[in-house]
Design a protein around this ligand. Sequence first.
Ligand code: PBG
Length: 329
Amino acid sequence: MADSSFFRGRRLRRTGALRSLVRETRLEPGQLILPLFVEEGEGLRVEVPSMPGVHRSSPDRIVADGREAVEMGLGGVILFGIPGRKDAEGSGAWAADGIVQQGVRALKEACPDLLVMTDVCLCEYTSHGHCGLLDGHEILNDPTLDLLARTAVSHAQAGADMVAPSDMMDGRVGAIRRALDAQGFSAIPVLSYAAKYASAFYGPFRDAADSTPAFGDRRGYQMDPANADEALREVRADLAEGADLIMVKPALAYLDIIHQVKERFPVPLAAYHVSGEYSAIMAGARLGWLDEGRAMTEALLSIRRAGADMIVTYWAREFARRWRRENLG
Ligand code: PBG
């Protein structure tokens, strides 16, 4: 005879309606941000080989992605640029007619209501692929701040709704905040990639954005994957410098960091489900080893459950498509 006093968790798992009623974490298109790669040229839309379903598009073609993001009810898009030319300083990053600036203008013109964010960094624009100015093989911190601030201001001038510095130079949030305020953009929020780790999971992105460092690696500025306390110090510093939203990156290997940051800092928290996390699941699915939809949804749900309010993910559009099919019939 079964004991009537023991816990019967299965009672609430019997039907879809019961499971839905007691579901603790929701995942909706409005919580997802789609990264877009904009490349110099015209009529271009080329799939990134290591990222199935992700494209590099010229400004005239990127507007279709923007329209789709609006139509699907996504939270917004974040823009990465692939310039035609690179130089030692990365001057394409802050050029008034730079590729991200062109992309922002095209998107905001076609879709005024779309939330357009920009990634602020130099690595896609420097000939050496590092995120700051160089002295020999040293990546200089303070001289880079001014260039990052100029880049953020030029994105705001092009019409960006939010800027997201991802370079990991110390003091960049404050430098960007001051420059934006001085140029009349005090209403533009800063989303700081506060805890950004030196991760192997950025591999496919560097293919997509042609931003692999020409020498060395990024461990001198991005965080050591072994550290958690340090992530809290980074977050505290960026908030003190004026960050409005905080990001942890990557996501899946850092769920503990997402959780700790959310527990300690009551601010909007984003997590970046990065290229390698995306491509690993896509590759497994292509090999027939796992189910794309279920694996991806489970991964994104775990990131929300850990404490992220919003997720940057290459799967945002595909999630929205499936979500709509399920919810709207
Ligand atoms: C630029 C930047 C990178 C990513 C976002 N912004 C690359 C890097 O730091 O090497 C990675 C995103 C991804 O892997 O999806 N610094």
